[in-house]
Structures are given as C-alpha cells and as structure tokens.
Design a protein around this ligand. Structure first.
Ligand code: AMP
Length: 116
C-alpha cells in the first residue's frame, strides 16, 4: 500500500489524525469535510496514496472498479439519493486543489449553487 508520510489524508486513512469517518471499506474511507461547503459535505479517498485523479493509474484495477460504487453507496447512506448530490474532484492549481491525495467531494442536503 502506497502511503505518503507527510500526507494529511494518508494519516486520516490510517487513523493517525481524527476525522468523522462515515464509511470505511474496500480500501476507501469517507469522512466529513472539516469546512463544509454544503449542508452535507463528505470526502471519499482511496487509502492508497495517489495525488489526484490524474494519478488514477496508480490504483489497482480492483480499487478503480470499487471507487464509483463506494461513492454512490456513501451518498445513499447519507440520505442524499432522493434530493440529489454533486460529486467533484479537483486536480491542480486551476481547480484549486489544496490537498494532494485524490479525494472526491460528495455534496448535497439542499439546493447547491449553480456555479460550484
Ligand atoms: P481540495 O481543495 O479539493 O483539495 O479539497 C480539500 C478539502 O479538504 C477541503 O474541502 C477542506 O475543507 C478539506 N479538509 C482539509 N483538512 C481536512 C481535515 N483535517 N479533515 C477533513 N477535511 C479536511
């Protein structure tokens, strides 16, 4: 398993930094964003360290196959399926990526802005 010692989200995945974890399974962890930008704002990360979606080839075939179903399950468990939800990921400076460990924002719980 690839883990970067100085990576915040690797440390959250390993349990070394506390987070409000809502699901952990299949090499993925979902937890609440510390600065939510929606009524429900979750982050989904692979436990394996890859910097962003651009590095998705660094995940195993099984992890790549499990990732989207895991995200959909997290959204369902959070009660977001009926009202709807948005899933985004940021890569690089133009997208304002601030944590360099692949993560998916799962946002919902009410009407979201048109521009996010
Ligand atoms: P991004 O800008 O796409 O890289 O998103 C990084 C996200 O991580 C932001 O929404 C932050 O609020 C969130 N974040 C940063 N530190 C933590 C933390 N310790 N626990 C939970 N979420 C965090």
């Amino acid at each position: 398993m690839s883990v970067a010692a100085d990576c915040l989200f690797c440390r959250i995945a390993a349990g070394g930094i506390p987070a409000e974890v809502v699901r952990r399974d299949d090499g993925f962890v979902a937890f609440r964003d510390i600065a939510p930008k929606a009524p429900v704002h979750l982050l989904v990360i692979p436990a394996r360290h890859v910097e962003s979606l651009a590095g998705v080839g660094g995940l195993s075939e099984g992890e790549r196959a499990a990732m989207l179903p895991f995200i959909a399950e997290v959204a369902r468990e959070a009660g977001l399926e009926d009202g709807g939800y948005r899933v985004t990921t940021n890569h690089g400076p133009d997208a304002r990526q601030s944590v360099f460990h692949l993560h998916w924002h799962v946002m919902g719980g009410g009407p979201l802005s048109e521009t996010m």
